[in-house]
Design a protein around this ligand. Structure first.
Ligand SMILES: [Zn+2]
Ligand SMILES: [Zn+2]
Length: 260
């Protein structure tokens, strides 16, 4: 079993810290853990966020607390150190990268030939709106428009050819909002694009862990069925932000994939 999305951001870059993720992974019966960082932790990616910070004072304050605290080189050094060591579980290293159409070439330049095992693309903003922070931020938004923007951006992310996988592909549902139209066509469009780019989609337990009352576990059933119909590779992930959450509900995620 694999947990393909684990954030290491809450600790120092030491082998001891990585060991905590390994131990929890073993305890959970995993064969493979994929460790990553949000790209905005690194100074090099900070310019991508000017417009989302300008759009919202809340995002601006949050961003300046968490962003640009490291340089990409710091992470690459840790990756090298871990690869030189031996751990009783397979470890991959990647980046979770916020997708902004206008910064495709910056992302390509910054990630080229860096030796990452995987690059994961995420839609965390729709027309500058940070939809996944707080439910009350949705109070005055047009839900249909946000859903459309989210899925259009997801398709562009896939077609950019920059990424190996797409993160939490229907995360937009996290606070329980639903559009007035069917999403089937978007699922179909995403699956076809994923197939053309030979990319994987995540089956994630992260949103359900965060919003158990409003978000089901993993992908929407119809989306999952559509991915299976197109033979898209599906990677099970916890989106853990601490060692304790590694492997969370991975077994159930696998069961849902098998039964879809
Ligand atoms: Zn994410
Ligand atoms: Zn994540």
């Amino acid at each position: 079993m694999v947990d393909g999305h684990i954030h290491i951001e809450r600790g120092k870059y030491t082998l001891e810290w990585i060991g905590q993720f390994v131990n929890k992974g073993l305890e959970q019966g995993l064969d493979e853990i994929w460790l990553l960082e949000h790209c905005y932790r690194f100074q090099e990616f900070v310019p991508m966020y000017d417009s989302v910070c300008a759009y919202s004072e809340y995002v601006d304050q949050w961003f300046h607390k968490v962003a640009g605290v490291l340089q990409l080189e710091d992470y690459l050094r840790l990756i090298h150190k871990v690869r030189e060591s031996s751990f009783p579980i397979r470890i991959k290293f990647g980046l979770e990268i916020c997708y902004f159409k206008e910064f495709e070439s910056l992302v390509a330049d910054l990630t080229k030939d860096k030796g990452f095992d995987f690059l994961l693309g995420s839609v965390h903003f729709v027309d500058d709106f940070a939809y996944d922070h707080k439910a009350e931020h949705w109070n005055n938004v047009d839900v249909d428009r946000i859903y459309q923007g989210y899925f259009e951006s997801s398709v562009e992310l896939i077609q950019s050819g920059l990424f190996d996988g797409i993160a939490h592909p229907d995360c937009i549902k996290l606070f329980g909002h639903t559009p007035t139209f069917s999403l089937d066509e978007y699922y179909e469009e995403m699956a076809q694009a994923l197939s053309a780019q030979n990319m994987y989609a995540e089956q994630s337990s992260g949103i359900n862990r965060r919003c158990p009352d409003t978000a089901e576990l993993g992908m929407n059933q119809d989306m999952l069925k559509c991915m299976k119909k197109h033979n898209i590779k599906i990677v099970t992930v916890s989106d853990a932000h601490c060692p304790e959450d590694v492997g969370w509900k991975i077994l159930e995620l696998n069961r849902l994939i098998a039964e879809a």
